[in-house]
Design a protein around this ligand. Structure first.
Ligand code: PAF
Length: 275
């Protein structure tokens, strides 16, 4: 596995075969292993699987966990090696962002709601870094997990609007045995919070199976299940259109139930598609 830390090194790699990128912020876990597995499937035996690890300061709003975000460099490196990654791009913040930078990539519609509302500037940071990674690593395809549903929709929109010739591949959410979606932030949870966090997936399933299909009833059912665990503090629970991310009145095919919930200082997100 090649490890690259500078933009110049990464851009000097000539792409002679298919290259599939898995962009990450590190602290790699089973869901990343799944992304890498699917990336290999798409790249084929002869293609290249590239992973980027970059804790992107631009997507952390002030007062959030940028400084504390886990950065287990050696463990992540081993993880990638064992997963059969061909090259790992791991730049520093100074390498990615010049002090006098003045160009950003901003999606101006889908980013207004949900995560964008709770975390101002977050998607501007995501779009800017993803666009840079696309330009630096020149992949044919890139993979994103469906857990970050809004991120996926926004990246797709960016690729469409800015004509990146890159296929965006969505990978279903990976879950622990009790249903909690894998996330690097799960490790912030204490034992009791971790136990109670299983309520999120329980709430999503209960609401998705509710007989009443008005968005209000579906949201109320999810809130009720989450309300049963005392450590949960809801940021939002909404039913939105899967493409426009606008609120809908009736839950059903084409809509998705999304939520963000705090356990202590840890903010978790999850979603489920409705039928
Ligand atoms: O989903 C993430 O881990 C990040 O938002 C991403 C896509 C790697 C951009 O920093």
């Amino acid at each position: 596995m090649k490890i690259l830390t500078t933009v110049a090194e990464a851009q000097s790699l000539v792409r002679s075969k298919a290259r599939v990128l898995v962009p990450t912020m590190g602290a790699l876990h089973k869901a990343h292993a799944e992304l890498i597995r699917v990336a290999r499937e798409h790249a084929g035996r002869d293609g290249e699987v590239a992973v980027s690890i970059f804790v992107n300061p631009l997507q952390f709003e002030p007062g959030s966990d940028y400084e504390f975000y886990p950065r287990p460099e050696k463990v992540d490196e081993e993880f990638c090696r064992n997963a059969g990654v061909d090259f790992l791009f791991r730049p520093s913040a100074a390498e990615m962002y010049a002090g006098d930078r003045s160009v950003f990539v901003e999606e101006s519609s889908l980013s207004k709601s949900l995560e964008g509302k709770s975390r101002p500037g977050h998607f501007r940071g995501v779009c800017t870094v993803v666009a840079k990674l696309f330009n630096i690593l020149a992949p044919n395809a890139a993979l994103f997990g469906e857990k970050d549903f809004q991120q996926l929709a926004i990246v797709r929109r960016m690729v469409h609007d800015l004509n990146f010739k890159i296929e965006i591949i969505a990978v279903p959410t990976m879950r622990e045995d009790d249903g909690l979606a894998y996330s690097s932030r799960n490790q912030y949870l204490n034992l009791e919070e971790r136990k109670q966090a299983a309520a999120l997936y329980k709430a999503l399933c209960a609401a998705a199976n509710a007989s009443k299909k008005s968005a209000g009833a579906v949201v109320a059912r999810a809130r009720q299940v989450i309300g049963e665990v005392p450590l949960a503090r809801i940021d939002y629970v909404e039913v939105v259109d899967a493409i426009t991310l606008q609120p809908v009145e009736m839950a059903g095919p084409g809509s998705v139930l999304v939520l963000a919930v705090f356990f202590g200082r840890t903010r978790l997100i999850d979603n489920i598609r409705l039928e």
